[in-house]
Design a protein around this ligand. Structure first.
Ligand SMILES: Nc1ncnc2c1ncn2[C@@H]1O[C@H](COP(=O)(O)OP(=O)(O)O)[C@@H](O)[C@H]1O
Ligand SMILES: O=C(O)C1=C[C@@H](OP(=O)(O)O)[C@@H](O)[C@H](O)C1
Ligand SMILES: [Mg+2]
Length: 163
């Protein structure tokens, strides 16, 4: 059976945007983990975070397991998916994991912080998250895609990786 295509990377690197486009390009089922969580829990990500980050992380792992088993699909993860080793193993075993590496300056230009509880104090938090997580993203992926041009170039890059 064909493998899943799993996108990881910083908030604002383009996982959701590129995952959606890729799914119509490849005619494959698409899951955005955050959207899926909101539907399943009937709550916004912000409201789930109000019970603490750990309760969000628990739901996130459960949902990752559900969608990884629905092969083959495209999965846009949330930026913190690499914080649990069990998640990294699940992703690596069920598909091709691609780290969408977008320069921080570009992320800063576009990112909408209002639905991202971890950035509620401002975009500056992104720099610390980037430094904290970069090595984890590298360890968790099969491929790293430099996303420093437009969306079209990024889609082309992903298609080259998965073809
Ligand atoms: N090359 C690019 N790749 C992906 N997104 C881009 C690119 N250039 C601009 N954008 C914009 O950046 C934002 C990425 O946000 P989003 O897809 O929600 O990221 P994520 O799901 O990784 O947090 C969108 O507003 C998108 O239109
Ligand atoms: O980086 C993180 O820890 C998070 C990223 C978010 O997803 P995006 O990467 O789509 O912003 C969302 O899952 C949640 O707010 C936590
Ligand atoms: Mg997203």
């Amino acid at each position: 059976m064909k493998k899943n295509i799993i996108l990881i990377g910083m908030p604002g690197c383009g996982k959701t945007t590129l995952g959606k486009k890729l799914s119509s390009e490849l005619n494959m089922k698409f899951y955005d983990l955050d959207e899926y969580i909101e539907k399943r829990e009937k709550k916004s990500i912000q409201d789930i975070f109000k019970n603490g980050e750990e309760s969000f992380r628990k739901i996130e792992s459960e949902v990752l397991s559900e969608v990884c088993n629905d092969k083959p699909c495209i999965i846009a993860t949330g930026g913190g998916i690499i914080k649990k080793h069990e998640n990294i193993d699940m992703m690596k075993n069920s598909g091709v994991v691609i780290f969408i590496d977008r320069p921080l300056e570009k992320i800063m230009e576009d990112i909408e912080i209002k639905n991202r509880p971890l950035l509620k104090e401002g975009k500056e938090k992104l720099k610390a998250l980037y430094n904290e997580r970069y090595e984890l993203y590298m360890k968790s992926c099969h491929y790293r895609l430099e996303n420093s041009k437009d969306e079209k170039a990024a889609i082309k890059g992903i298609l080259e990786i998965v073809s």
